[in-house]
Each structure stands twice: as C-alpha cells, then as structure tokens.
Design a protein around this ligand. Structure first.
Ligand SMILES: Cc1cc2nc3c(=O)[nH]c(=O)nc-3n(C[C@H](O)[C@H](O)[C@H](O)COP(=O)(O)OP(=O)(O)OC[C@H]3O[C@@H](n4cnc5c(N)ncnc54)[C@H](O)[C@@H]3O)c2cc1C
Length: 265
C-alpha cells in the first residue's frame, strides 16, 4: 500500500558570501554560474525545489544582506540593502565547496542583469535554504510543469529521481535553442514547448499541454512552477476539473508579471 508522505526539513539559516568561480552560457537565455568559497562549508540543500535567497550588489556595489538577530533577520540601518531574489541550488558539490545556479536572462531586473555580466572573482551574498520539502517518492507518476525559471529545479529533480519512476515533463522555454540535455535514470517524457516570441506571461502553452496530457495511470503527483497568475490558474484547474487532491500537488509562482499580484502561491 502506498502512503505518499511528504517530509519537511528545517535548516539553520546561514548568510554567506559566494565567489564567482566560473560562468557558462548554457543556452541563449540561461547563464550558469558556479560559486565557491570557504563559506560554502556546511551548505545543505536536500530537495530539488529548494531555494536560496541571493543578495546582489546595491547601487554602490556593496552587498548588504540582513543580519540575524534575536528578532530574526533585519537589514542594517543607514545602508542601502541589497536587492534579493530566490534561486534554485541547481547542483551542490560538498567536497569541492561549489554551488551551481542557473539564471534565466529575461531582461531587466537586478538578478538577471547581474547574471548577464558576471565574471569570475565577483561576489554576491546568499542566505538559506531555510528548509526543504521532500515530496514522497512512492507516486506512480510525477508530472512536472514549468517555464524556464523552473528548469533548474526540474533538471535537478530528474537527475535525482530513482530508476523506474515515471515522469511527464512539460517545459516552456523561449526558443528551441533554449532546450537543455537533461539526464535521468527515470522513465522521462519531456514535452518542450517553445514560445517563439510570445511573452512569458502571455503564453498559454503549459496550460494547453496540461489539458491535453492523458490522465496518467495510478497515483500522480503534480508540481508546477511558472509565472504567478499562470501557476494559480493551473493549480485551480487541476483541483476543480481533475479533482487532484491538495496533497498530490505543489504549485508555486516563481515570478510575478504584475507587481501588484499579491497572491502567495
Ligand atoms: C523558489 C524559487 C526558485 C527560483 N529559481 C530560479 C532559478 O533557479 N533560476 C531563475 O532564473 N529564476 C528562478 N526563480 C525566479 C526568479 O526569482 C525571478 O524570475 C526573479 O524575479 C528574477 O529577478 P530579477 O531581479 O531578474 O527581476 P525582477 O526585478 O524580479 O523583475 C523585473 C521585471 O522582469 C520581470 N520578470 C522577472 N522574472 C522574469 C522571467 N523569468 N521572465 C520574464 N520576465 C520576468 C518582472 O515581471 C518585472 O517586470 C525562482 C523563484 C522562486 C520563487
């Protein structure tokens, strides 16, 4: 009998300074950056959809992350604090003290702009992961749905999945050149969906592909990460039209097209 028990692990929050070691343009819209440094000692990331908060240089080039105090993290007064954004630990090598992060080059924004110009020797700040949620590994099928910001988490998950797992992947990317070779021991069916010029928040390729996907056999876990409104709509559709139980899906807005969108996915 299958039980489908998810696990939540808490980690002690640590703020670190990371050095850029290597930069590689994986595809036209994805910059891979490998960070290193002694401060990566003790770094833990237990789940493929973990995230770290990255702190980018402020307008005067300083990294000003929060300081941990008795009331939690607070930013130092009288200093312009660093813009912070969430990113997936794509790969972590504990022995080499290296952390790989894949940045979508979507245009303007402190994170994307910084990633586009990154060169070895530069530094940024990182906090977390604060926790990891481990999805039960006893579902018959996993359906992973995401745009390019979810590609690092999906790529890592596929690499970590055990042999014999069945996975359907719906991945929306800007263009055919943004496809990546994703390795896995699992039985994986990848559906690449290319926007070819349509804006990421205007596209509905993921929604169409999700509706067209035959209902997988057996107990199925759905994971969705994309623009906030789109994620919310797909989650609602799965719940209302497909009757997917709440515990059998995880849906998260990875970015907001509309800054006023206050929904917490
Ligand atoms: C848990 C989690 C994990 C994530 N992991 C990754 C990851 O590994 N790699 C990754 O690249 N991103 C990842 N993201 C998404 C990333 O945090 C956002 O895209 C973030 O907004 C980028 O910050 P920015 O400073 O570049 O742009 P912002 O300053 O946040 O936004 C500037 C403008 O760009 C728009 N915008 C932001 N992101 C995108 C986008 N992807 N496509 C088109 N327009 C966009 C905004 O709507 C806004 O108009 C993750 C998000 C979460 C919540």
């Amino acid at each position: 009998m299958t039980s489908h028990i998810h696990q939540r692990i808490r980690h002690t929050v640590v703020f670190r300074t990371l050095d850029v070691l290597r930069v590689e343009r994986l595809t036209p819209h994805m910059q891979r950056i490998v960070f290193g440094g002694a401060e990566l000692r003790g770094f833990i990331s237990s789940a493929p959809d973990d995230h770290v908060k990255l702190f980018f240089p402020n307008s005067v080039g300083e990294i000003v992350p929060p300081v941990l105090g008795p009331n939690g993290p607070t930013f130092p007064p009288d200093r312009e604090y660093s813009p912070m954004r969430d990113y997936t630990p794509r790969r972590h090598d504990d022995g080499l003290h290296e952390l790989t992060v894949d940045f979508v080059l979507h245009g303007d924004g402190p994170a994307a702009t910084w990633a586009a110009q990154a060169t070895p020797g530069q530094r940024i700040g990182a906090g977390g992961p604060r926790g990891s949620s481990l999805v039960a590994d006893d579902f018959d099928t996993y359906v992973l749905v995401g745009d390019e910001t979810a590609l690092p988490a999906i790529g890592r998950w596929l690499e970590e999945m055990p042999e014999g797992t069945h996975v359907e992947v719906l991945l929306e990317i800007p263009d055919a050149e943004d496809r990546q070779a994703l390795r896995s021991r699992a039985h994986v069916n990848i559906h690449w969906l290319e926007r070819n010029g349509t804006a990421a928040d205007q596209s509905d390729l993921l929604e169409q592909a999700l509706r067209a996907l035959h209902t997988p056999i057996g107990d199925t876990f759905y994971w969705i990460a994309s623009e906030s409104r789109r994620t919310r709509n797909m989650r609602q559709w799965l719940s209302e039209e497909r009757g997917v139980p709440k515990d059998w899906m995880k849906a998260k807005g990875y970015w907001k097209a509309n800054a006023d969108d206050s929904d917490e996915d």
